[in-house]
Design a protein around this ligand. Structure first.
Ligand SMILES: O=C[C@H](O)COP(=O)(O)O
Length: 253
């Protein structure tokens, strides 16, 4: 179901005590404020159990940052969907651009990870987006089309409805440079139209498409007000409660 979502991707930040402190700040914030969007966090894997414990009675969903495409076995360092499922995690990011850049992930990997998550009833947040070179060469629509088709178009209509998509232009991640609301909107509309062409408009309208890339308190509201932008995947600004809460409030009237 299409929802407004603000998801914080903590990436590889914070030691145990600092992670715990930020989770408690977010818990307090959620207790004391009504929010007009779903709030998710994706802390480092080591802190997932703590996050589930801290947010057990709060409406904050907890996501892994990555998950294995394999079920189980000799895959040193990997975490399976069954493992995260068994501790009550809600889903996982899939093929974030940093997984693509530093770990050679492709949309074929994304496709298998998305499927593995859906098969156990968990939510994938599938990430895509073009690089600066691709944007400069005017290839951004084509790149995102290919990514989306390879990663998602083997799914059934019922399956794809359960996927959250995060469009993150690589050139805007952690750089302070943000896609303009219009640039983001046109790619979001493009992604939704690709899904509509393949699965029908009704299915496309069910899918939440988030924007990621230097979303901050001062630009969140304008970005979220675009018709095909259903929220944000937030990196740096998710690491401070003052910033993250103001971004969540980007959905307030
Ligand atoms: O997952 C989050 C995105 O990579 C955006 O990161 P950022 O907000 O630090 O640019």
């Amino acid at each position: 179901m299409r929802k407004n979502i603000v998801a914080g991707n903590w990436k590889m930040n914070k030691n145990f005590a600092d992670a715990e402190a930020l989770m408690i700040q977010l818990l307090e914030y959620k207790k004391n404020n009504t929010t007009n969007c779903e709030v998710y966090i994706a802390p480092p894997a080591l802190y997932l159990t703590m996050a589930k414990d801290i947010f057990k009675n709060a409406e904050v969903e907890v996501f892994a940052q990555d998950v294995s495409e394999y079920q189980s076995g000799a895959y040193t360092g990997e975490i399976s969907v069954e493992m995260i499922n068994s501790i009550g995690i809600d889903g996982s990011l899939v093929s974030h651009s940093e997984r693509r850049q530093y770990h050679g992930e492709t949309d074929s990997h994304a496709n298998r990870k998305v499927k593995a998550l859906l098969d156990v009833g968990l939510t994938p947040i599938y990430c895509n987006g073009e690089t600066l070179e691709q944007r400069k060469a005017g290839q951004h629509f084509e790149v995102v089309k290919n990514q989306t088709e390879v990663a998602l178009f083997t799914l059934s209509a019922d399956e794809i409805k359960k996927v959250v998509i995060a469009y993150e232009p690589v050139w805007a991640i952690g750089t302070g440079e943000t896609a303009t609301p219009e640039q983001a909107q046109e790619i979001h509309a493009h992604i939704r139209s690709l899904i509509a062409a393949k699965y029908g408009q009704e299915v496309a309208d069910e899918i939440s498409i988030l924007y990621g890339g230097s979303v901050k308190p001062d630009n969140a509201k304008e970005i979220f007000s675009q018709p095909d932008i259903d929220g944000g995947l937030i990196g740096g600004a998710a690491l401070k409660i003052e910033d993250f809460s103001k971004i969540i409030e980007g959905f307030n009237p």
